[in-house]
Design a protein around this ligand. Sequence first.
Ligand code: 8YV
Length: 332
Amino acid sequence: MRPSVLATRATFPDIADRLHPYFDVEDNPHDTIWSPAELRQRLQGKHGVMSTGSERIDAALLDACPQLKAVCNVGVGYNNVDVAACTARGVLVTNTPDVLTETTADYGFALMMATARRIAESQDFVRRGEWNKPGIHDMFVGGDVHGATLGILGMGRIGRAIARRGALGFGMRVIYHNRSQLPAEAEAEFGARYVDKATLLKEADHLVLVLPYSPQSHHAIGAAELAQMKPSATLTNIARGGIVDDAALAEALRAGTIAAAGLDVFEGEPAIHPGLLGLPNALLTPHIGSASVQTRRAMAALTIDNLIAALGFGPQAGKPPTPVNPEVLAAR
Ligand code: 8YV
């Protein structure tokens, strides 16, 4: 009997076709969002799943799907998956690092620049037909990006790619805070200075969040942190909803505690805190940081390579390229 796999969201058909020589595939061509109960039902008898951030893969689901051996998540982040529960049940988890680093850094930089220079706000003004005189001193004046202090919270691959853009492309002074300090050679590449979190908040003109979501990073930016930032500062979140306390951010943007925010991720997305929706100084986008055609295709291809290999097929059988819990492989 051929193994069966489930693809939870619509993907590129030409890439997904690579599953067919090995597996019976159930997919979701209309890209319906399944309830947890429907996901559990569709996962019955499946050996592998190509999952995304939209699905929660937890212990109860794993217990209801004992055949499942591989959870191959589309995305570098995998906070939707209970990895410890997977490991305890011998289920391999994979993600898609590296292939999205530069694209996501491009997006973080673009969102930061658009936020600093008030691009979305001024476009809305033009579209509303309100531009009826030349603006000089008061029309959508923002903050400079070049030469400003770029603060980065979370200095992994994407954080470093943003730091490189800021330092080498825009002459920014780069400060960062992270669980661990980078090696001196890495810091030297873009003249980055490791600082404590309070200094980061106090000194950054543009603060970009690029840290993974975990219980430890929940509400890493809340009212107390926003109060430490400059009133002229911007905040950009391309990491995960939940890292920022969205209610506190909405209040800080309303009160002018900080100047503006560029947000690609939200607590409880696709729902958005109603306080953010009406704010002109909040630039809101629908979690598209890695959404270039090339990168989304590369993410799908890497996920499928992982799935094929994790279930013991293809040229990399037993050795999926990007495992999150490789100890499961060692124990097989
Ligand atoms: C994806 C992401 O859109 O890679 C990540 O962690 O957040 C995005 O690139 C998302 O994970 C879709 O599953």
